[in-house]
Design a protein around this ligand. Structure first.
Ligand code: CP
Ligand code: NVA
Length: 316
């Protein structure tokens, strides 16, 4: 409730940088609880009147995990879903984003969007009167990192005070990791080629909002992973990028292989949001080896989405 105007504001989930740290901690704690509870979500974690609620999902790009985990999550909470590719809607023919947001707000109770441009997500959120959830944009992927923190904590304990190394492209997933480092109080070491550093705004925000040692930026993967409890990478060519050959050339020295993993802390875990390309950003030996937790991470998208939906729909 916005006390100034007496209006109920939607609980959007747009970026970790914009949500209070205590709320984010609660969302991850709820994700742990959701996982323990399994398919039968306890009443205390279910939004009031969830059986009357519908989640609309709009995809401007392909998705396996985000699409299916949000769909199953909403159903397990007790609600219903509608999944749309944007070309099936009038958005694909140029209907204003603001009109779409207002219309969908009259039918549904929450909206999850995977958008090409972050500006589309922000415009939907500005005009929607229901919660809007970021299911990945060119800029960030916050829902992924809620699942990743759940995954980290299952093996390594509370993430505050720990060290995570990001190796490869300074992309949308890296941006949400950097936001998370500030909000959850851990160190993020980011190793990228100079030409593929994270977004300047994200770097500036992390430096301004974090502690002096929250962010380490380097072009040296070995420096980033030294003693880290977790090593993370992602595809070298994100959806919509067209400069594949240039990226492959720049990122060649950034493959996460067994030698690099050997420099991390003893028992360090390897994470990747998937889809992965073996022999490029990660060797098959690492991603299919004993340190890899990629399938727990993928499963945890489901538990994380339930927690995110629960918070957006009113559970505290
Ligand atoms: N990690 C992730 O978001 O996967 P999808 O593209 O399959 O949704
Ligand atoms: N960085 C990747 C993540 C896919 C889940 C992309 O944007 O394509």
């Amino acid at each position: 409730m916005d006390a100034r105007v007496g209006l109920k504001l939607p609980r959007h989930f747009l970026d970790l940088s914009q949500i209070d740290a205590r709320i984010l901690r609660r969302v991850v704690d709820m994700a742990h609880e959701m996982k323990k509870a399994g398919k039968r979500v306890p009443k205390s974690l279910r939004p009031k009147d969830i059986e009357d609620m519908v989640l609309v999902m709009i995809f401007e790009k392909p998705s396996t995990r985000t699409r299916v985990s949000f769909d199953v999550a909403m159903r397990q909470l007790g609600g219903q879903t509608i999944g749309l590719n944007h070309t099936d809607t009038q958005l694909g023919r140029g209907e204003p984003i603001s009109d779409t947001a207002k219309v969908l707000s009259r039918y549904a109770d929450a909206m999850m969007v995977r958008a090409n441009a972050h500006a589309t997500l922000l415009e939907l959120a500005e005009h929607a009167t229901i919660p809007v959830i970021n299911g990945l944009t060119d800029v960030s992927h916050p829902c992924q990192i809620i699942a990743d923190i759940l995954t980290f904590e299952e093996t390594k304990g509370v993430i505050a005070g720990k060290t995570v190394a990001w190796v490869g492209d300074g992309n949308n997933v890296a941006a949400s990791w950097m936001h998370a480092a500030v909000k959850f109080g851990f160190q993020i070491r980011v190793a990228t080629p100079a030409q593929l550093k994270p977004d300047a705004d994200v770097i500036a925000w992390t430096k301004a909002e974090g502690k002096p040692d929250t962010l380490v930026l380097t072009d040296d993967p070995a420096e980033a992973v030294k003693g880290a409890e977790c090593v993370v990478t992602d595809t070298w060519i994100s959806m919509g990028q067209t400069d594949g050959p240039r990226r492959k050339q720049l990122l060649g020295p950034y493959e996460v292989d067994q030698t690099l993993m050997g420099r991390a802390a003893k028992g360090a875990i390897f994470m990747h949001c998937l889809p992965a390309y073996r022999g490029h950003e990660v060797s098959a030996e690492v991603i299919d080896g004993p340190q890899s937790v990629i399938f727990d991470e993928a499963e945890n998208r489901l538990h994380a989405q339930k927690a995110i939906l629960a918070w957006c729909l009113g559970v505290d």
